[in-house]
Design a protein around this ligand. Structure first.
Ligand SMILES: [Fe+2]
Length: 329
């Protein structure tokens, strides 16, 4: 079963379940189809050594259908209801709602759906689970208040894997397209250092056929954005996070960026559980795999690596707020 940390049975203070929602029904609400194409990290220019430490060699899929018409209609209704909780995400996104899975059981059950996880697992080619931190599940972006602003600036995600799904019908939205850079994070950083952003000729603009279509994304490795709108109109997308179940690879999250974004009562607890889950996996590997050795430094290194995510979580929680990273408009 693809579960890293089970979704909590309790809610943080201030979160109430929506009443009168339909119950999520995979038979009625999902319509999972295969993407026609997958682009790899190697094709974006990453080298083999770097790819080997990441969740999957996959960079992104082409858009594929995930929700039925009925499912897409329910998601739109849920997203509109969650708009009243929208606020800025640091200096990157003007309006978004996070932690909606503590308010909408329908959204929660979509985001932790085993059917969807299994589908993504086939696309990514590795065992995945919904992200252990519920603040990363069912993240919803709304249009900004002015057409000059990108809906979300060029960035890579604060988590390893996700899908990006159209909630409103892209055919009715002028502009506001999801775009990704056909290059590496390192190239994007070099461009940003020269006050430049990814050029159009090196940008992919996937064509989403309707609401409820998604692309699977290696969010930590693919630099992407939602472009500005051509005319101000309702434009909603949803992002749901995943991790590989293999705790031996890189963690690929920037959780400290969330200190200025998420409610602290959910953040500290979820963060601690993620770090504990990662360390448990790595400590188990150490118990099973460590051979007799007189090499003290090698053993210390193994132990440090096993608890590295816990040490980092402690240090970053203590250090407190930092600004959200991005590569410009
Ligand atoms: Fe993103």
């Amino acid at each position: 079963m693809g579960v890293a940390v089970p979704f909590p049975n309790t809610q943080p203070t201030g979160y109430e379940w929506f009443e009168d929602e339909p119950v999520f029904d995979p038979e009625r609400h999902l319509q999972l189809e295969e993407p026609s194409e997958v682009i790899t990290l190697a094709e974006l220019g990453y080298d083999r050594a770097e790819i080997a430490t990441k969740a999957t060699p996959v960079a992104a899929s082409s858009p594929f259908r995930m929700l039925s018409d009925e499912g897409a209609a329910v998601l739109l209704a849920v997203a509109r209801r969650l708009r009243s909780f929208a606020r800025p995400a640091g200096n990157r996104i003007e309006r978004m709602t996070r932690a909606g899975c503590y308010r909408s059981r329908w959204l929660r059950d979509l985001c932790i759906s085993q059917e969807v996880s299994n589908h993504l697992e086939r696309i990514y080619g590795t065992a995945v689970a919904p992200h252990p931190m519920p603040v990363h599940l069912g993240h919803i972006n709304y249009e900004p208040s002015s057409i000059d602003a990108a809906i979300d600036k060029w960035h890579h995600d604060t988590l390893p894997l996700d899908y990006v799904m159209t909630v409103t019908d892209p055919a009715r939205v002028p502009g506001g397209r999801f775009e990704y850079f056909l290059g590496t994070k390192h190239e994007a950083a070099d461009l940003a250092a020269r006050d430049r952003t990814p050029p159009p000729e090196r940008t992919a603009v996937p064509d989403f056929a309707g609401p409820g279509y998604a692309i699977a994304l290696h969010g930590d490795m693919v630099v992407h954005r939602a472009a500005p709108l051509a005319r101000l109109t309702e434009r909603i997308s949803m992002v749901n996070g995943y991790v590989t179940l293999d705790t031996s690879i890189d963690e690929q999250s920037r959780t400290a960026d969330l200190i200025i974004v998420d409610d602290h009562e959910s953040l500290w607890t979820e963060w601690a559980k993620m770090a504990a889950w990662r360390a448990r996996g790595r400590l188990s590997d150490l118990i099973e795999g460590l051979d007799f050795t007189g090499d003290r430094d090698a053993v210390i290194a193994e132990l440090e690596s096993a608890v590295g995510d816990v040490r980092l979580a402690i240090d970053e929680m203590r250090a407190g707020e930092r600004m959200t990273e991005h590569y410009g408009g």
